[in-house]
Ligand binder design. Sequence first.
Ligand code: PLP
Length: 391
Amino acid sequence: MTNNKQIPLSVPNLSLDILENVKETIETGWVSTGGRFITEFEEKIAKYVGVERTVSCQSGTAGLHLALRVLGIESRDEVIVPTLTFIAAVNPVKYMGAEPIFMDCDDTLNMDMDKLEEFLENECDYIDEKVINKSTKRQIKAIVIVHVFGNPANMERLMEVKEKYNLKVIEDSTEALGSYYLEGKYAGKYCGTIGDIGVYSFNANKIITTGGGGMVVSNNKELLDKVSFLGVQAKTDSLYFVHDEIGYNYRMTNIQAAFGTDQIDRLEGFIETKIKNYNLYKEAIEDIEGLTLLSFRADTRANHWFYSVIVDKEKYGMDRDELLRMLNDENIQTRPLWRLIHKQKPYLESQSYRIDMGEYYEKNLMNVPCSSNLSEEEVGVVVNKLKDYKI
Ligand SMILES: *Cc1c(COP(=O)(O)O)cnc(C)c1O
C-alpha cells in the first residue's frame, strides 16, 4: 500500500456556485417537491435533449418504475432486458410483478440485435399483434434498452424490431445523458428521446448529479402526464385528497433540482474533458500489448461516461483481477464489470437467451478512472502503471 493520493473511478464534479441556489431554497422554504428549480431543471434538460417536456423524479430507478407502469406492464407480462448492465435497469420489471428475459450483448456492450431478432423470430409466436413467448405462453410487452457506459445503442435496428413486433421501448439512458447520433435516421437525436420513454439519472456517479435524482422524457404527452400524476401519489383532487389509483412518492425535491440547474450548464464541459481524457488513454493503451480500450460508436457523439479496458491475460501477462488488485493497492480505483444479472440470485430462475459475449466481458473488462475532473497528470499516472505492470 502506498500513500499516493487516491485517483477515484468516478466522482461528482460540483461547483460552490450551487450554494447560492441551496441558500435560496432555505430562505424561501421551498425544500420539498415544489419550487422554481424543479421547473427550471426540467426545462433545461428538455431544451438540452430536444424534447418538449420532461418530468423529474427521485432516481433513475423510480423513473424506470414509472415508465413500465405507464406503458401498461402488468403482473405476468414479460420484458426483454440486457444481462450486461447495472441491476437497477431490471429490478423495476420485478416491481411490476413482470418477468425479465435476458439478452446478450455484442461488441458495443449493448444488446445484441441479431440475437434479439433471432429470439423473437424463433422462440415466440406472433398472434393478434401480440408477442407470445413459446416457452412460458406469456406476452412479451416491452424491451428495456440500456446505452451502456454512455455508448449509444443501435436504435435504428431496435425501432424496426419494435415496429415489426408491436413492442414498447424503454430507453434506460441513465448513463447516456448527452450522447446523440450523428448519422442515419436519428441523426441529431439524443439517447433517451427515441423510444416510447427515456430515463436519465443524476446519481452521484453519473455524468451530472443532484445527489440522487432522475428524469423521464417522452414525446407522448399523455404518458408524461401519467408519470407526473403517479409520481405524486396519484392525487386526483388536491384540495379534498382524492386518489383513484395507487401512486408513489417519487418526485424530485427543489434541493436536488437546485444542484441540477447548475450541473446541466456544465455538462458539455464535462463531456469535453471526458473525451479528451479518453483520447489520452487511447493513445497510451494502443502501445500496451494485451490491453484494449473499447471504442464508442463511430457515428455518434457519445458522452464517454465510463472507459472500458479489456485485459488479455496471455498477452499482458496477468489477468483482469490481478491487474485490478494491483491498481487498487496503488490507490488507483478501478472496478470489474457488473456481475451479469441473469446470474444474480433474484434472477436465477429467469429466462436467458444464448449469453456468451456477456460472459467474456464480465471476466475481462475493467473500468479505469474517468471522472470529469480527472487531470491529464492523473491519466498519466494510471497509464504508467499499466505499462509498468505488463509482464
Ligand atoms: C444508475 C443506473 C440506474 C439507476 O439510476 P439511479 O438514479 O441510481 O436509481 C439504472 N440503470 C442503469 C443502467 C444505471 O447505470
